[in-house]
Every structure is written in C-alpha cells, then in structure tokens.
Design a protein around this ligand. Structure first.
Ligand SMILES: Cc1ncc(COP(=O)(O)O)c(C=O)c1O
Length: 464
C-alpha cells in the first residue's frame, strides 16, 4: 500500500453526462469531497471508467494474489461484505466457519492430533507474520527472564530473500534482523549457514516455502536438523516459523511428500495467504501454532463488550468476514481433488513456459517452476545491448506485466524477470506470451544499447 501524500492543489476532474441521465456537464474535485450528491449510477460509472486504465488482472504475471473466483464465490463474498468478523457473538455462523477453516488447515499441515493446534485468520500473510513474530519474541523473553538473562538484544535469523513483512516485523518491534545474504548459486537460507547466525538472542528462524525472489522452497527439514545439532552442541533450543505465504496452500497438493510443516518437530508456527494459492480474493491470511504453549497468553486479549467473552489475537479489530466465507467455499467446493487439479495445472504451465523460454536461447533459467509455479530467468552474460528491464517495458505494450528486478545482497548485479503462474493462466495465454517474448527479443537484439533507465530499480530488492 503506497503512503499517499496530501496534495494542496485541488484540481478538478471533468465529468461528462453519461447515458443521458444528466444533461449538465459537471466537474468533481479530485481531492476534495464534492459539495453535491451524485446519482448512484453516475458515481459507479464514473469510477468504473476511471479504473479502465488499471492493468488486466489475468495478464498480471507479477502477483501471487488470486485474480479470479467463480461467480458463486464472488456472490457469497458480496453477501458477507457487511459482516464484521470481530462480532463473533452476532455472527456465530461466520465464527463457526472460521473455526472449521482453522481445523481444515491444521489437518492439511499435519498438526499432531495429540496436541491442539490453534490459529486465527488475518488480513494476509503480513499480519500473520507480525503475530507469529510476536509470539516468538514473547516466548524468548519469557524464557530468558525466568533465568535472569538479558532481553535487550533479540534477533531473528532468515535469508535475505524473505518478503518485506519480516523486515517490517523487525523494525516495528525492535528486533535485529540477521539476514543471511545470497552468494553465488545460493539464493536462500541453507542449513550450513545456521551455526554462524544463530545465537542465544535468536528468537527464532524463519524458513520460507517458497521464496518471493525465485519461487524456490527453503529446506525446512534440513534447517531443522541443523538446529537439532546446534541444540546438542550448545543447548540452544531455537524454533522455526515457516512463512508458507504461497507454499502453504500449494505444497500439500503438488509435493505432499516434502516435510516442511508440523511434521517437522521444530516448526512451532506457520502462516499462509488464503489470497494466494488458497484461491480467495484478497485479503485473507492464516496463522497457526502447533500448541497453545507456542502462543503466549499475554498476546491474546479477551473482550466482552460485544456479548460473550471472546479471545482475539490480531493487530486490527474490525474486518469483513467475507474472505473467510470465500475460503470455506473454496475448501468445500474444490476439496483435495480440486486444489490438486488447479495447482498441478499451474505447475504444468510453469514448467512448459520455463522450458520454452530456455529454448529461446537468450536466457539462463535460475528456477524452472518446480517448487511453486514461479520461475526467474536472466539474460545470458554476453547480451549487453538490452536488459531484462527493457523486456519488461516492451511487454507492457501487449498488456503483460512481468516484473524485472535485481536480487538483494550479495547478488545485486543479477537482474531477472519473474513469472508467477496462477489459476486461470492457460496454455493459450502461455503460448501468446512466448510469441510476444520472442518478437520483443528479436526487436531488442537489433538495438545498440539498453534504453530503460534502471537506476531507480538497481540495488533494490523486489518485494511483491
Ligand atoms: C513469502 C511471502 N511472505 C509474506 C508475503 C506477504 O503476504 P501478504 O501479501 O499476504 O501480506 C508474501 C507476499 O508475496 C510472500 O511471498
């Protein structure tokens, strides 16, 4: 969400009489509330027209977020838009549906039956990350205080490839981020890095399923084994939180044998975005803890002024219940069979696209879409008369949105294009994309030098 600044110069937007409802040509102040009431049809048409210049959601290969749901789901979501999810007593069935979703997800992530996993819905993975990070921080503090140890320097260990939400968590809650930089072919946190970064002030390790930077899964089980060895050698018992923003609703269906969830003992909490491969419109996220011990009770507030006593753990209070209902719709409508079909379809398109792109002969593929259906590719070293930024700019003229970005520390000089395949991106669209990419590569190869100003993008990592 960009931070919008208030502009003092209030200019006006002309507003033509549409559909002969009004013969008067009017203007609307751009940044000030209009003085007069507007007809609802005109207001809605005016906004619809203004939005026409937004990108086409289906051609947005930058986003992980769901851009299509069935009309039945969209209707349910619209029907529930006016239900505030925090009013648990007033909307007991929405609450019941949220509870069922938590149980479904706990099963999907192999929460041990012997323990009672607990969790909540959130606006997205970012809020979920704040809540999970706070739980790690409070537990670490509690443990240290019980031994009279210093609590002034908490740190969190993670690969530099983590999404910006973890940087935010550290900044907002005064925790030192210990980022493991990228190096050579390593673009993620690997078990061998653990001993040099983890210490007694480490509140936890973040493992990502999969990386926003290149779609690859981090080796959660191997990271856990490295922490086991550390425990045996030093007595430091460091837990893992898995940021499964995208993989949480993908891996269980496409790579069910990869152990990354509560099957790994050191994993105490997991977050995922329902609005990514959970297949729901934004914003919905989920965070689950293995056991109530992993969620310090000081973080849970009980309010009784809505009727009944309701425990809550969230950063905000009011939010629509619509997305939770949308999530439940997808769970029961698609089931295991449906989610597997949708996601396996995406995996197939991603590997088809990556191999076609490799065949063009000008790109090196860094990932192929074998983990998440997401892959990144860079131009071959010898190509210096155009850049991935030029390609991204050229593809925009067809409507394609393919982000080009450079990796974070220490691979700032590597710039890539990324493709995220989502539900609804079919083979026809994929073939069209390949044709357009082929044409643009041919056009650009005739250029003498790159034309896109990349100074604004170089050196900055991409967090989308
Ligand atoms: C790995 C990872 N974590 C967290 C987030 C933030 O998710 P949300 O947009 O649901 O807040 C993202 C978003 O792309 C992500 O890829």
């Amino acid at each position: 969400m960009p931070v919008h600044y208030h502009h003092k110069n209030q200019n006006e937007i002309s507003f033509t009489p549409i559909y002969a409802l009004d013969s008067e040509v009017r203007t609307l102040p751009r940044d000030k509330m209009p003085d007069r009431i507007l007809d609802p049809k005109q207001a809605s048409q005016f906004i619809t027209d203004q939005l026409l210049l937004d990108g086409q959601a289906k051609l947005n290969l930058a986003t992980f977020v769901t851009t299509w749901m069935e009309p039945e789901a969209a209707q349910l979501i619209a029907d529930c838009a006016n239900k505030n999810i925090i009013d648990k007593d007033e909307y007991p069935q929405t609450t019941e549906i949220e509870k069922r979703c938590i149980n479904i997800i706990a099963n999907l992530w192999h929460a041990p039956q012997s323990l009672s996993a607990l969790g909540c819905s959130t606006v997205g993975s970012s809020e979920a990350a704040m809540l999970a990070g706070l739980a790690l921080l409070f537990n670490w503090r509690k443990k240290r205080l019980s031994k009279n140890l210093d609590i002034s320097h908490p740190n969190l260990v993670m690969g530099i490839n983590v999404q910006v939400c973890w940087e935010k968590f550290c900044r907002y809650f005064d925790v030192e981020p210990k980022f493991v930089p990228m190096e050579g072919d390593r673009r993620m946190l690997t078990p061998d890095q653990i001993p040099s970064y983890v210490d007694e002030n480490t509140i936890g390790v973040i493992a990502v399923m999969g990386s926003t930077q290149d779609g690859a899964y981090e080796p959660v089980e191997a990271i856990s084994k490295s922490l086991d060895e550390m425990y045996q050698n030093t007595g430091l018992d460091i837990k893992i939180h898995v940021d499964a923003a995208s993989g949480g609703f993908f891996a269980p269906f496409v790579q069910p044998d990869i152990k990354w969830d509560f099957r790994v003992d050191r994993v105490v909490s997991i977050n995922a975005s329902g609005h990514k491969y959970g297949l729901v419109y934004p914003g919905i996220g989920w965070v689950l803890w293995r056991h109530s011990d992993n969620l310090p009770e000081e973080l849970v507030f009980k309010v009784n002024y809505l009727g009944g006593e309701m425990p809550t753990f969230s950063l905000n209070f009011s939010r629509s219940g619509a997305q939770v209902v949308g999530q439940y719709y997808q769970f029961i409508r698609l089931g295991y069979e449906g989610y597997s079909a949708v996601h396996k379809g995406c995996a197939e398109i991603a590997t088809y696209l990556s191999s076609e792109i490799e065949n063009l002969g000008v790109f090196d593929l860094l990932t192929y879409g074998n983990d998440l259906p997401v892959f990144v590719f860079k131009l071959k070293e010898e190509i210096d008369n155009y850049s991935v930024f030029d390609i991204s700019t050229q593809l925009r003229k067809y409507g394609w949105q393919l982000p080009a970005y450079s990796f974070p520390k220490n691979l700032e000089d590597v710039s890539v294009l990324r493709i995220v395949v989502r539900n609804g991106f079919d083979r026809d669209l994929a073939a069209m994309l390949i044709d357009h990419l082929k044409d643009e590569v041919a056009n650009l190869s005739g250029r003498s030098k790159s034309v896109t100003d990349i100074s604004a993008t170089m050196g900055q990592s991409f967090h989308h």
